[in-house]
Design a protein around this ligand. Structure first.
Ligand SMILES: Cc1cc2nc3c(=O)[nH]c(=O)nc-3n(C[C@H](O)[C@H](O)[C@H](O)COP(=O)(O)OP(=O)(O)OC[C@H]3O[C@@H](n4cnc5c(N)ncnc54)[C@H](O)[C@@H]3O)c2cc1C
Length: 369
């Protein structure tokens, strides 16, 4: 079985049937997470030598769309492990890899990727979480908010300021922080509009004593490390958004064929059929942009603006397609427990996290001017 078929059947058998319950209960999907580890869906592009699948970015975006077609919160977990796993593989010492990668990729350890702070969202240069040298280790103090998996993570990759003079230009470093360490508090668990099975919350670090080997990569190289996985991360979220669009198209098409009004299926009204046509066009166009971005990244070509275009287009398209699906479902589209209603909520965050639409437009316009 090829990769697409394997993930598609995993999504059909394990994810889609659980999505409604996961949305309602907002619980961490532990059994599906474990299953993803067993299937090798964590660390798609992480080299085989580091325990990953050694796949391409094109493989990764395929997996993300298929998982998200099942339920976006599940794809989020794949995306998170992909980023953290890629950074560990690229910048980790042999010891750090041995400590974290096998369990992370097997789905027996959970990670978080902690950048955002109360005063630093789009503007990461404004971070104030501070790591100071303490003997041969570090003392970490600060607060992170809106962090995926903060309530359930075994460890977090945390970006902190190590030199306030230099900040983004050599003054930020990445640390591997075990969440059981004294001084680490999981601040709260957010109640969200959508993607409700994704566990999102905050961390407070109060003089957390970190060993010297908690530093990932060189001191001062943290911001560059974040940038090195940004484009892949954005393509992953674009593919996640496009999985939501495909699910919206399928549920709307099914309803349009079966629902009868004025003596015929509503699909026979041109207004409804054209709306489906626009949904399909949005999905297909987003997929081409995402694939183009993946091909550029796989070929080590300059992919920045293309990945931003893919993220911008696919995420905004997912808001259009899910809104159309709700409209085609009529009153049913507004009722909890109906897939279109959930997809509409799940899509909304995709234009915000992993860089807002406005940030993507900044990047694209800079590449033009
Ligand atoms: C469910 C969820 C999960 C998340 N997961 C994580 C995670 O795992 N790890 C993590 O570190 N973060 C995470 N985040 C944080 C997310 O990345 C940020 O919310 C996002 O980057 C936007 O930052 P902000 O919320 O501070 O908004 P702000 O940066 O305050 O932006 C507010 C508005 O101003 C606009 N804006 C800002 N600057 C400009 C500009 N220069 N030009 C034009 N418009 C501008 C923005 O586009 C936006 O519309 C998550 C957030 C959510 C809600």
């Amino acid at each position: 079985m090829n990769l697409t078929d394997m993930v598609r059947s995993f999504a059909a058998e394990r994810i889609r049937p659980a999505a409604e319950d996961l949305d309602a209960t907002e619980r961490f999907p532990a059994e599906i997470y474990q299953g993803m580890g067993e299937l090798g869906l964590f660390g798609i592009t992480v080299p085989e030598a580091d325990g990953g699948s050694g796949g391409t970015v094109a493989d990764y975006v395929t997996v993300m769309e298929e998982l998200s077609y099942g339920y976006a919160s599940i794809a989020d977990q794949c995306g998170l492990v992909e980023l953290v796993g890629s950074l560990l593989a690229r910048f980790g010492t042999a010891e750090q890899k041995k400590t974290y990668l096998p369990d992370l990729l097997a789905g027996t350890k959970r990670c978080a990727y902690a950048l955002t702070e109360p005063q630093a969202g789009s503007d990461l240069g404004a971070l104030s979480t501070r790591a100071r040298r303490d003997g041969d280790g570090w003392l970490l103090t600060g607060e992170k908010i809106y962090i995926h998996n903060a309530p359930v993570a075994d460890f977090a990759m945390v970006l902190a300021v190590t030199d306030p003079e230099k900040r983004k230009r050599g003054g930020m470093s990445m640390f591997l922080v075990d969440t059981a360490l004294p001084g680490v508090t999981r601040a709260y668990h957010e109640k969200k509009m959508g993607q409700r099975a994704s566990q999102v919350g905050g961390f407070v670090f109060d003089e957390v004593r970190l060993p010297a080997h908690a530093l990932l990569g060189e001191e001062g190289a943290g911001f560059g490390a974040v940038m090195s996985v940004l484009e892949k991360g954005r393509l992953g979220i674009a593919a996640l958004a496009n999985g939501i669009s495909r699910a919206a198209l399928d549920t709307a098409r099914e309803h349009a064929r079966s629902r009868r009004q004025f003596g015929k299926p509503i699909a026979e009204f041109q207004a409804v059929a054209f709306s489906l046509a626009d949904m399909a066009t949005d999905h297909a166009a987003a997929r081409e942009l995402i694939r183009h971005g993946a091909d550029l990244l796989d070929g080590d070509a300059d992919a920045g603006a293309t990945c931003s275009m893919a993220k911008l287009f696919a995420s905004e398209a997912s808001i259009r397609t899910t809104s159309r699906a709700v409209q085609i479902l009529g009153g049913a589209g507004f009722i909890r427990g109906v897939e279109a209603e959930r997809l509409y909520r799940d899509a909304r965050i995709t234009t915000i996290y992993e860089g807002t639409s406005e940030v993507q437009r900044l990047i694209i316009s800079r590449s033009l001017l």
